[in-house]
Design a protein around this ligand. Structure first.
Ligand SMILES: Cc1cc2nc3c(=O)[nH]c(=O)nc-3n(C[C@H](O)[C@H](O)[C@H](O)COP(=O)(O)OP(=O)(O)OC[C@H]3O[C@@H](n4cnc5c(N)ncnc54)[C@H](O)[C@@H]3O)c2cc1C
Length: 480
């Protein structure tokens, strides 16, 4: 028989002490969702089952004891650090879940300048780690827009990626080792080595697990020299996304490694570049960094490639630098956006996918007209590519809509999910991936089997092996 809410709270209090077990009703409402249902928070209307408690953990041992208790009694556990999730990974889809909050595990354990790696607990916000390593002339190279709030545990758990990914890669290229706790309370540490060929790379069971396999308590990431004085910004306007993708491809195939390589379509571009771009302009832009010689040679190589396209008109690089300075989303910007939604009932959402160079433009061209045709109330629809690879790129669809005949709590069903469906359908049709970096969460779980195809049993076997009782973040990645 499942435990009552009161029994769960009482057990947690025995494990952690009363002050680490939070049961305030409004806090539980807020912890029942994330940005996937952000309108519930903005308008104060909550529909998800309430968790029994938020368990604030201060050590690996406490995480292990909470997970062992939850596993023994079949209680759903939702791991949490920064709380910036966008896809429902933090939702509590069943009554009386335990939200395990690692935000207080916020110590930087070491900055090893000689071996170029830093170790931090899961609750360290990336900005805090980045500021600490910059103080000694280094950088993590990781710069997701949510970095003032998003924390090391969540960043690894979601397979996050930052603005400088074309040079430094995604978090999967940065994680050296980590410590994790599995449902029964078993603690595993993956040691820090530059590389090993001792079987499969088990870091990848942890990276991207979204709290559905284990709780990440500690992470070691690589460090790089920080030389912002060598940054060079480049930008061009052009009229066609197809040409823009060709420019990006040529730069990547030529072997250049700018830290930023982006292509905006006209509607998305107007949100950032209306000072210099016409309403029908696309914008392709780059940033190069690193040692002075490398940064300059990279910028010259890119300029030479784009120069072969007479359709591209150069933009003053100072304008690109100014745009770049305003990219990060901290608490103030989030609060301003929430207030805008509250007062206008006009909602902004994004969905990111990836595909190879042959198909990315087809997906882009298939998705936009379908959304315009099938969804009422669209006020802005566009997108950009922000992470490129030698074999393809991502597309980050950006869309705004008015809530027409729709209560805020119904927004997911009437707008967001139908739009995600269109994007997933068109991406899968072209052979791309339905998630580039926000994670599957609960929003895209319905498509996970189609995403994996004949490799789905490999994914499913991980759940059976590491979470046989199915208590870790029910409904996230793995359909319930
Ligand atoms: C304004 C904004 C901008 C964003 N920009 C980017 C961006 O540029 N790049 C990008 O990749 N993402 C971006 N995101 C998405 C989000 O910030 C990332 O997914 C981030 O990695 C989440 O980290 P977090 O600490 O906030 O995790 P949370 O929101 O707390 O959790 C996210 C997921 O990870 C799991 N989780 C959290 N902590 C742990 C843990 N210790 N162990 C195991 N599982 C855990 C949770 O259960 C959940 O499924 C953005 C989001 C917002 C709101």
């Amino acid at each position: 028989m499942s435990l009552t809410r009161e029994a769960i709270v009482e057990h947690l209090q025995q494990i952690l002490g009363s002050d680490q077990v939070l049961t305030d009703h409004h806090l539980l409402q807020q912890r029942s969702i994330d940005n996937f249902r952000k309108l519930q928070n903005i308008f104060g209307v909550y529909t998800m089952p309430l968790p029994a408690a938020v368990a604030v953990v201060n050590s690996t041992d406490e995480v292990a004891r909470v997970l062992a208790f939850a596993d023994e009694h079949g209680v759903n556990v939702v791991a949490r650090t920064g709380g910036t999730a966008t896809e429902g990974g933090l939702e509590t889809p069943v009554e009386n879940s335990i939200v395990v909050d690692g935000g207080q595990m916020n110590k930087i354990i070491s900055i090893d300048e000689y071996n170029m790696q830093a170790t931090a607990q899961c609750g360290v916000p990336l900005q805090v780690l980045e500021d600490a390593v910059r103080a000694v002339g280094l950088t993590t190279g990781h710069s997701p827009q949510s970095k003032p709030i998003a924390s090391m545990g969540g960043l690894v758990a979601t397979r996050s990626i930052g603005q400088f990914s074309t040079l430094y890669g995604g978090i999967e290229d940065m994680v050296v080792g980590c410590e994790v706790v599995f449902p029964g309370g078993q603690v595993s540490r993956i040691k820090n080595v530059p590389r090993r060929a001792a079987g499969p790379d088990i870091r990848h069971i942890v990276i991207g697990n979204e709290g559905a396999l284990c709780f990440i308590t500690e992470v070691t990431v690589k460090l790089f020299p920080y030389m912002p004085e060598n940054n060079i910004f480049l930008g061009w306007t052009l009229k066609s996304m197809k040409t823009g993708f060709e420019v990006l491809r040529e730069v990547m195939v030529a072997g250049y490694k700018p830290s930023v390589a982006r292509l905006y379509d006209p509607e998305d571009g107007q949100l950032h570049f209306s000072r210099f771009a016409a309403a029908d302009d696309c914008i392709v832009l780059f940033m190069t960094e690193g040692n002075a010689g490398i940064s300059t040679a990279t910028a010259e190589g890119i300029a030479e490639i784009v120069g072969r396209y007479p359709q591209c008109t150069p933009v003053d690089s100072q304008l690109i630098a100014e745009w770049f300075d305003d990219l990060v989303w901290g608490p103030d910007k989030v609060a301003r956006e929430d207030e805008r939604i509250r007062t206008t009932r006009n909602v902004n959402r994004t969905t990111e996918i990836s595909a190879d160079w042959s198909t990315i433009n087809d997906i882009y061209e298939a998705v936009l007209p379908r959304i315009r045709r099938e969804i009422n109330g669209i006020t802005l629809l566009g997108g950009h590519s922000s992470h490129s690879y030698i074999n393809g790129t991502n597309m980050y669809f950006n869309y705004f809509y008015d809530l027409i005949d729709c209560e805020p709590q119904d927004e997911n069903d009437k707008y967001y999910l139908p739009i995600i469906s269109i994007i997933c359908e068109e991406t899968l049709r072209a052979g791309g991936s339905i998630v580039h970096h926000h994670g599957i969460g609960k929003a895209r779980t319905p498509w996970v089997k189609a995403e994996y195809g004949s490799s789905y049993p490999m994914l499913e076997a991980l759940k059976q092996a590491f979470d046989p009782n199915g208590i870790m973040n029910m409904g996230t990645i793995f359909p319930r």
